[in-house]
Design a protein around this ligand. Structure first.
Ligand SMILES: C[S@@+](CC[C@H](N)C(=O)[O-])C[C@H]1O[C@@H](n2cnc3c(N)ncnc32)[C@H](O)[C@@H]1O
Length: 408
């Protein structure tokens, strides 16, 4: 395989944006690819793949390239070069150049030292699995023996999964449209279709017509967990851009009502666009501009979804850069926010109504323990019904937690 200087330079530029300018990897790649119309499909795939792979394996590649702290352009070139050399051993089916081109940036690089450093790095879990010390310590403390398997699974590339929109079509029709050779059903997740081959789904007419949304299979288990029945009222209080609100609307067949709320107004605007595309007619949005809004809705809803903000440690497969950006202080802070949301927002549920508390975290401290603490404080008015976890290691889904509670 031949390395092209322009493509490696583009990869280096993107990595600098992610690690020096602290920008989000998916935005950086999207913008970069838009900026050069001359790149063909293979060039684009090279840049996107290499940027995401290096971001995912950042600690390991830095170790191999002997870069302590990547600051200068030279550091990033060395990292990109080292990745080219270790990639075929590290990931199945990846091509690599036989040796690095004789570019000035690669002059001081010795392939033998790189191979030795790679073998050394593999002996140390936090380097081999490319994870910051504090996350490794937290994961082990909270998950014990299960941590190494989850950690390894979180470093795999996530599959693209679609949720077929039952308001407009059905799974068989979408399968036929996209091709039975590139789609497969996901056992236990009735509206899900996994893609066997990566395609640009957003460009498809069937996507633009609202026949499906992109949503991980684990995430697709959350809306059904709320046990909605035709005609009920639902509040989705941390609705974001509405992945689960849209699913709830489909489960309700547009009956009843859905109130989608969030503290970020721009996310609700995106939700409204998606709702229109999906043919949703039973949904309104409300921006949470103050706690008073929550108080004013006390005792008004049959069902409440609290898909709370969290560390995102269950979805690292999709957002590998977040492991480098996440800080322990944020985790402490977000646990307090989760407890407050559970405490204050649960008041919106009617007596006899139900609530789901959900996270996309693999950590019990953001999930099971929050629910245990809440039900302990609310023995009189809340009943724990059930809980479920999806596991990247066990199911191949993202790591979600969901608990169902009933108000007495
Ligand atoms: C896990 S995301 C929600 C994802 C969304 N439910 C979906 O399915 O696409 C959590 C959301 O909670 C919102 N949020 C953060 N703090 C909040 C608060 N105090 N009240 C309501 N929403 C909040 C964030 O803006 C974010 O959109």
């Amino acid at each position: 395989m031949k390395l092209y200087r322009g493509l490696v330079a583009a990869t280096v530029e993107a990595l600098q944006d992610v690690f020096v300018k602290n920008r989000q990897a998916d935005r950086v790649v999207e913008q970069l690819l838009k900026s050069n119309k001359k790149w063909g499909a293979r060039d684009r795939a090279f840049i996107a793949e290499n940027v995401y792979e290096i971001v995912r394996w950042w600690r390991l590649v830095k170790y191999v390239a002997q870069v302590e702290k990547a600051v200068e352009s030279d550091d990033f070139w060395r990292i990109a070069g080292a990745w080219q050399l270790i990639k075929p051993q590290h990931l199945e089916g990846r091509e690599a150049p036989e040796s690095l081109p004789e570019w000035p940036e690669f002059e001081a690089m010795n392939p033998e030292t790189i191979a030795e450093r790679y073998q050394e790095g593999l002996q140390i879990r936090k380097i081999a699995q490319s994870i910051p010390d504090w996350i490794d310590v937290t994961g082990e403390a909270e998950l014990g023996e299960q941590w190494p398997a989850e950690l390894a699974a979180l470093n795999k590339t996530a599959p693209v999964v679609l949720r077929v929109n039952s308001l407009k079509t059905n799974v068989d029709t979408v399968r036929e449209q996209l091709g039975t050779d590139i789609t497969e059903p996901v056992p236990g997740v009735p509206q899900a279709l996994a893609l066997k081959k990566r395609i640009n789904v957003a460009a498809l007419e069937s996507f633009k017509s609202g026949f499906f949304e992109v949503q991980d299979a684990g995430s697709q288990l959350i809306a059904p967990y709320l046990d909605v029945r035709e005609g009920v009222s639902v509040i989705d209080a941390c609705a974001g851009a509405g992945g689960k609100s849209l699913h709830l609307a489909a489960l309700l067949g547009n009956s009843g009502s859905i109130l989608s709320m969030d503290i970020e107004h721009f996310k609700l605007q995106e939700l409204e666009r998606r709702a229109a595309r999906n043919g949703v007619t039973n949904l309104t949005t409300m921006h949470i501009s103050s706690e008073k809004i929550i108080e004013s809705l006390a005792g008004t809803t049959d069902r409440l979804l609290l898909d709370v903000p969290c560390s995102g440690l269950g979805v690292l497969r999709r957002n590998p850069d977040s492991k480098w950006k996440l800080k322990p202080e944020f985790l402490d802070k977000i646990r307090k926010v989760q407890a407050q949301i559970l405490e204050n927002y649960s008041k919106m549920v009617k007596k006899g109504g139900k609530m789901v508390y959900a996270t996309c975290s693999i950590l019990p401290s953001e999930s099971e323990e929050q629910v245990r603490a809440f039900t302990k404080r609310h023995k009189v008015d809340w009943q724990f019904v059930s809980e479920h976890r999806t596991s990247p290691a066990r199911d191949g889904f993202d790591g979600f937690y969901m608990a169902l509670l009933e108000r007495k």
